[in-house]
Design a protein around this ligand. Structure first.
Ligand code: ADP
Length: 942
């Protein structure tokens, strides 16, 4: 029984370890005026309403005196070794103790009379004559209080929430009928199995762990399970007691935006020993938990798998030593374990990304961006040490996203005796080209090819001694672990948390423990132990100096990112140039609205062109600038140096397409001898490419390789799962929504209707809704109807009534700008205000162009560089294969799964686009809409 107060409590449950205490407890509460409303015996065990671990169960109900006393009590008999805590001495004051349930009762003298008659000891406060509070211990030694005040910790009486029996979609019903109904629905949803699922966070913390806990708790409740949190990782499991707590829907409200882990994590030596794991098993059984979802790094998941493999023998030992009865042991022969990878290092094999890695990358990039400006001011060199003992993912991605000059990682060690020259030569070359700053990123576990660690200090000393550079070392340390989780981590944590619950429910004793992974943008289940084994193999491969193998074991994009950094940073000698007759004049143009990553893509394209002997040309101000002002010019290595961190469009962008004047466009292409064209932009860019491709029949100037790198915050370009800029925009929307949600929560009873951009694509609205915990979203794909509004407003009314002004109770609705021409943002807010009858208020919020997002996110920067380099390579091979006039030489360069795709624009237009609606067919993210509703608690009342 957890500490709580009358306000909002409508149901609590007690567990008795044997028949004797069970009967005594039943008797005790009956004497206090509770009546039996349901009873389940052993033979009822298949009944959906019964918790699967109890052999007897009674539900008692007290209409009590006063409106808040509609209390249901679930008493369960779970035979076990649990020894009751010794009775608390009556000398100490029971009031205020943590583990007390305090119930409202208007007539305390009736209660004291009943207690006196039954000769039950109690404490009355402030005195027995005229008590305002009465405390009593039941036969289970649970502390129960009765208070005259509706909120015993408040000074004035507060009206309790009335009406609905559904709190934010969970079963905290106010009546026993409602409990029956809720339990039946929930159990039916869980295919007849009512599980108790616990979630814990363990090992090093990482941003997004709270989003995992939120998703697991809410989705488990949605699936009809009881949800528990184990506090302080394995330490909590070994200690048990108060460290294992049942979680309700509202307990995780607002957790999406919180960094770290609110249920705590610890490193636990005791769990490494069998004796510790035996205690952990005992505690889990005592709490009735049969499924454990562990979110942590490879250490935590190794421990989890060991725990599961040992589980049958642990249960047997508990039975043999009579710590539990045979009946209990029989109920717990199987433990379900599901692993989720929470790690900032992105060091787990079998999954492309771990929860927390991108947030950490955000912290690193923010820091390096800041360091860059001061480095330029003083013409300094900075050696920045980032985390990653065995994994260089953070270092490589940070180097690529910030345009760092050199990077040291464990998987591709610097060559002994050579790296010093290599680095100094590179830095000297950059300085000669005019660069005023030098940034070197070094992973914590950086080594040379003889496995000797390379420290930031070593590098600094070299730069000072050899190049006489004013050099500073910055160790980012724990800054990298903290802070608000980024958009991607919130999405990943939520989707994986939900899948972990599904995996737990699908688990059988025969299936190996799964680890929830993401591969190629799809949530997958992988055998946990194999993933851990592969992860350990990376360290072993490095130790054995099998560096190529270590790289292979990393996620498929890792090598690509490293390749992109090399190709777009190092000034290579002419040996890397293509033969003279294959060198091209590559034009780069931006089309459409600005989006994060446009400049980073241009920078990478320019750099890689130069490294291959091509001539990069920037067309300024789109097709209209080109046609009217001949605005085209060459870009140099140094021109674009700072572009990876800049938002907007350095070369200018607009929505004009070449059909402004196709003939003139062709003439200009000829005039400037353009051999290849890279278009960076959104749907207009896609249209522009399609127009050029179709015009090839008439204009030979367009029979050249052409490609578009989709870049738009709307993510509405067909032929790719992600466009550049959509991650930046999601982060901008998220930051904005976090702020307005905080404001709404501060005023307790406020809804913000936030208008989100995205054209006719609901991507930002949908994913934005998922990552900000919106209570409703309105997308152009689904439109808005009166029924929807009515349902959503009803839900708001229920939620506000039941949350009763608690903390974090502000609400958010995201509406895409084109979702409906009638139900505008203002109209929706007005309808809500009208319907709320002053019980809550509604405001509008329009972030507008803030959604373009300032500096691009690290993910957009890294993707931009990767795609741009691949674009230039595509041009080279298309030209060498003589594909100029072929439709396959005009492509959309997309991200599909973990790979980069090159899809002919003609095919994409015919098969994948809804041209009039300017969006792709069958967008992959559509199914998230339902999840937004589920996690807002909206399907329970269906
Ligand atoms: P991470 O999960 O971030 O890799 P650790 O390696 O520190 O972090 O592991 C976290 C906890 O998991 C440890 O404190 C320990 O309790 C448990 N653990 C790790 N490895 C094992 C193991 N081989 N056997 C049992 N428990 C383990």
């Amino acid at each position: 029984m957890s500490g709580s107060q009358v306000h909002g409590i409508s149901c609590f449950s007690l567990v008795a370890p044997n028949d004797e205490t069970y009967d005594a407890t039943l008797d005790f509460y009956t004497k206090l005026g509770f009546t039996k409303v349901a009873n389940f015996g052993v033979s009822d065990r298949s009944d959906d309403n019964v918790c699967t671990d109890s052999v007897r169960e009674d539900w008692l109900y007290s209409a009590g005196a006063g409106e808040a006393s509609n209390i249901t009590l679930k008493l369960r008999l779970v035979p076990s070794e649990i020894t009751l805590a010794p009775s608390e001495s009556t000398a100490t004051e029971w009031r205020g103790q943590k583990a007390a349930v305090v119930l409202y009762s208007a007539d305390l003298s009736a209660i004291t009379k009943q207690l006196d008659a039954a000769e039950i000891a109690y404490q009355a406060l402030p005195n027995e004559k005229n008590p305002s509070e009465v405390y009593v211990r039941d036969p289970l030694n649970s502390l129960v209080g009765f208070s005259k005040r509706l909120n015993p910790f408040a000074h004035s009486s507060i009206k309790p929430p009335v009406g609905s029996d559904v709190v934010s979609g969970i079963a905290t019903p106010a009546t026993h009928e409602a409990i029956n109904r809720a339990a039946a629905t929930a159990s039916a949803k869980a295919a007849g199995i009512k599980k108790k699922i616990a979630v814990m966070t363990s090992g090093g913390d990482s941003p997004g762990m709270n989003a995992v806990v939120r998703a697991v708790v809410r989705y488990a409740i949605h699936r009809g399970c009881d949800a528990f949190a184990i506090y302080e990782g394995y330490e909590g499991l070994v200690q048990g007691g108060d460290m294992i707590r049942q979680m309700q829907w509202g307990d995780v409200r607002g957790w999406l935006a919180e960094g770290g882990t609110l249920i705590g994590t610890a490193r636990c030596m005791a769990f490494r020993e069998r004796a510790g794991r035996l205690r952990a098993a005992k505690n889990l059984i005592a709490a009735g938990i049969d499924s454990l979802i562990v979110c942590g790094g490879d250490g935590s998941l190794t421990g989890a798998d060991l725990f599961r493999s040992e589980w049958p023998s642990l249960v047997q030992e508990l039975e043999d030593t009579q710590a539990i009865t045979k009946e209990t042991a029989d109920l717990y022969r199987h433990l379900t374990i599901v692993g989720l990878v929470g790690s900032i290092d992105n060091d787990m094999s079998s999954t492309d990304v771990t929860i927390g890695a991108f947030s950490s990358l955000h912290r690193i990039c923010e820091s390096v961006d800041s360091i860059s400006s001061t480095a330029i001011s003083h013409s300094r060199a900075f050696v920045v040490e980032v985390m990653g003992r065995h994994c260089g993912w953070l270092a490589v991605l940070a180097a690529l996203a910030t345009g760092a000059d050199f990077v040291f990682i464990p998987e591709k060690p610097a060559e002994v005796g050579k790296w010093q020259d290599e680095m100094c030569n590179a830095l000297q070359t950059f300085r000669r080209l005019g660069k005023r700053k030098s940034i070197i990123i070094v992973a914590e576990g950086a080594i040379d090819s003889e496995l000797k660690p390379i420290s930031a200090e070593d590098i600094k000393n070299l730069l000072v001694d050899r190049l006489h550079l004013d050099t500073r070392v910055t160790t980012l340390g724990h800054v990298q672990r903290g802070g608000v989780p980024c958009a991607y981590d919130r999405m990943l944590a939520t989707l994986q948390g939900v899948d972990a619950v599904d995996a737990a429910l699908a688990s059988t004793p025969e299936t190996p423990s799964p680890m929830i992974a993401i591969n190629g943008n799809k949530i997958n289940r992988k055998p946990l132990m194999e993933a851990v084994k592969l992860t350990h193999q990376v360290a072993e491969a490095i130790e054995a100096k099998k560096f190529a193998h270590a790289m292979e074991l990393r996620d498929p994009e890792f090598a690509d990112y490293l390749d992109a950094w090399v190709g777009t940073t190092l000034v290579e000698d002419e040996t890397h140039f293509v033969p003279k007759d294959q060198r091209m004049r590559v034009a780069i143009i931006h089309v459409g609205a600005p989006a994060g990553g446009m400049n980073a893509a241009t920078r990478a394209a320019v750099r890689y062109c130069l490294n291959r002997g091509h001539t990069p040309l920037a067309i300024d101000n789109g097709f209209s600038g080109f046609l009217r002002h001949d605005s085209i010019h060459e870009l140099s290595w140094l021109d674009v140096d700072e572009w990876c961190i800049r938002g907007g469009s350095e070369i200018g962008t607009n929505r004009d397409t070449p059909d402004l004047d196709m003939g003139l466009t062709a003439f200009k292409f000829q005039q400037y001898q353009i051999d290849a064209l890279l278009i960076v932009g959104g749907f207009e860019a896609f249209t522009a490419l399609s127009q050029l491709e179709q015009a090839r029949a008439n204009y030979p100037a367009f029979r050249i390789p052409m490609a578009i790198i989709p870049a738009t915050i709307s993510n509405n370009v067909p032929g790719t799962e992600f466009s550049l800029g959509c991650d930046t925009s999601l982060n901008a929307v998220m930051t904005y929504c976090d702020a307005i949600k905080q404001s709404a929560s501060a005023s307790r009873r406020r809804v913000f209707v936030c208008e989100v951009q995205g054209g006719r694509s609901g991507y930002v609205t949908t994913v934005g809704g998922l990552i900000t915990g919106a209570s409703s979203i309105y997308t152009p794909e689904d439109g808005i109807s009166l029924d929807m509004l009515r349902r959503d407003i009803d839900h708001l009314k229920q939620s506000f009534a039941l949350e009763a002004g608690r903390n974090r109770a502000g609400k958010l609705i995201l509406r895409n700008e084109t979702a409906s021409s009638v139900y505008t943002t203002e109209v929706i807010a007005n309808i809500i205000r009208e319907e709320a009858h002053q019980r809550f208020s509604a405001r509008t919020a329009v972030p507008g162009h803030v959604q373009q997002g300032g500096n691009p996110s690290p993910m957009d920067r890294a993707r931009a560089a990767r795609l741009a380099m691949r674009a230039i390579r595509f041009f080279e091979s298309a030209r060498n294969n003589g594909l100029g006039a072929d439709s396959s030489s005009a492509v959309v360069i997309g991200i599909r799964g973990a790979g980069v795709s090159f899809s002919p624009v003609e095919e994409v237009e015919n098969n994948e686009a809804e041209i009039e609606l300017r969006r792709p067919k069958n967008a992959w993210w559509r199914s998230m809409h339902e999840l937004v509703n589920v996690l807002a608690g909206k399907t329970f009342s269906d």
